[in-house]
Design a binder for this molecule. Structure first.
Ligand code: ZN
Length: 494
């Protein structure tokens, strides 16, 4: 039988800056879901990549006296190099919006939307935040400034541009957000269109207030760093209108319809991870764009909060409260980073990442927790049990724990991690209470039985950890398989 397909994507990071912890968090979370599906026997398409057009990049390249293409090549490479260091599975698709196949797809998308009467040209003046790469209405500005980028001047742009008839999509978008979740008993189709619910309510309120057509091109004479508008050499596409199309160009649209059908039509669309600053673009603009060319919507949009400094303060270089994910990885290891972002960072809301908090939970949960438990159990097993007494590990798809699987299906990785760490605590207590290392000396048979039970429980814990902390899970399973203590502690106390 053919494996069922599953399609997941991160947002493509915009290459106007180096990779930061928010990107790393999103790569890890999407990777956990991708690995989970793969372990359940799905055929998984994991998309990520870089978003490379637009005025911010054009300006950055100019500041660094670089050709925009050379500039984006350089930053894109940094993202590409970071991904494997975070333990992301090797089978990923890395798309760049400067890839020729993507450029063709974006132009074809434009042509179809235009043919369907959803693109028109008009003269207009707008207020525009270069920081967001978004038009701003008066009501969105505070003292004439973007609340997200108060240091950046709002630009007024007056020109003739192409517009997208976004205003026609209020009703269809509201219908999408009201999607009847009780209609299906299948957990993965049972979710709201936007997760979590607070963000669904936010986008619903935004669309309900009324949505306006927005401009989707720029004058090439002012800003040439974009995909050329078909049949109009004076205009290039607005960066969002190009970049969002990557979610379908990545899987072969329009040139390979069989591939597109497999990964989009047959799966019910893509699972899209994004930050809360992408809510409008991904759950409203992009969905209307898909409707404009007659394609079905995404499956679900999962919204991450921001990673902040202590006390919820925005991370910034000037405040010195930024954390470089690669520094964490090189000092503590890949899985230590994955542990913190899945277990300690809130799955949906803003949440702080500070070094003291990281160190504290690393020592408690990994060095003294999982790492110590593994050493203790495997030490007893190596000394008292023969390899043949140990059951082979249950495969991931045969594991049973409703709380764990429900949590993963709801993209609540923190809850899934808590379920596993509860199991770890129970094992610790069991060792404490029943003292197998003493028992095995006085009552050999029952002592051995107890140790075998502990090894089997550890094996189950490691199997649950396969999508979350893959490297550690494999190490533990290898120790159990060889009935040996780890050569060195899994996590050194820091
Ligand atoms: Zn802004």
């Amino acid at each position: 039988m053919n494996k069922r397909p599953f399609y997941i994507t991160t947002t493509l990071p915009y290459v106007n800056a180096e990779p930061h912890i928010g990107h790393a968090l999103e790569f890890v979370r999407a990777d956990v879901i991708a690995r989970h599906k793969k372990l359940l026997g799905f055929d998984v398409f994991f998309n990520t990549g870089t978003d490379e057009h637009g005025i911010k990049i054009y300006q950055k390249a100019a500041e660094s006296h670089m050709d925009p293409q050379k500039y984006v090549d350089q930053i894109s490479m940094k993202f590409r190099e970071m991904i494997p260091l975070l333990g992301v599975m090797s089978e990923i698709n890395f798309i760049r919006t400067t890839d020729p196949h993507h450029i063709k797809a974006a132009q074809e998308f434009w042509n179809i939307a235009k043919k369907n009467g959803l693109i028109y040209k008009k003269n207009y003046a707008i207020k525009y935040c270069v920081g967001c790469e978004l038009e701003k209405t008066e009501s969105e500005l505070v003292d004439g400034r973007c609340p997200l980028h108060p240091l950046q001047d709002i630009e007024t742009i007056e020109e003739e541009n192409y517009f997208f008839r976004f205003s026609l999509y209020q009703k269809p978008l509201m219908d999408l957000y009201e999607r009847d979740s009780s209609a299906s008993s299948n957990a993965e189709n049972n979710a709201s269109f936007v997760i979590p619910n607070t963000r669904l309510n936010e986008i619903r309120a935004f669309v309900e207030r009324g949505i306006e057509d927005f401009s989707i091109s720029r004058l090439a004479s002012k800003m040439p760093w974009g995909i050329p508008v078909p049949d109009d050499k004076d205009q290039v596409m607005y960066v969002w209108f190009d970049a969002l199309v990557n979610y379908i160009s990545a899987i072969g649209w329009p040139r390979d319809q069989a591939s597109f059908k497999k990964w989009w039509a047959d799966t019910g669309g893509v699972v899209q991870y994004c930050g809360k600053d992408n809510l409008r673009q991904q759950s409203a603009m992009w969905q209307a764009m898909l409707m404009s060319v007659g394609l079905p919507p995404s499956k679900v949009i999962v919204i991450n909060g921001f990673v902040t400094g202590e006390g919820g303060i925005k991370m910034s270089k000037s405040l010195g409260n930024t954390v470089n994910p690669l520094d964490i990885v090189s000092e503590y290891g890949t899985d230590a980073f994955r542990y913190f972002v899945t277990k300690e960072i809130h799955p949906f809301e803003d949440s702080p990442f500070t070094i003291p908090k990281f160190k504290e939970t690393y020592n408690a949960g990994l060095a003294n927790g999982l790492g110590n438990l593994t050493s203790r159990i495997m030490k007893m097993s190596e000394a008292n049990i023969s390899k043949t007494d140990i059951k082979t590990a249950v495969s991931y798809d045969k594991l049973a724990d409703k709380d764990y699987f429900d949590a993963i299906d709801a993209f609540n990785l923190q809850k899934a991690m808590n379920v596993i760490w509860q199991k770890i605590a129970i094992l610790d207590q069991k060792i404490q209470k029943e003292q197998p290392f003493v028992l095995v000396k006085t009552d050999k048979e029952n002592g051995k039985k107890l140790i075998i039970d502990l090894v089997n429980s550890l094996s189950e814990i490691a199997t649950f950890l396969l999508p979350l902390l893959p490297e550690t899970a494999e190490k533990i399973l290898a120790c159990i398989n060889e009935n040996k203590m780890p050569d060195k502690p899994l996590f050194l106390r820091k």
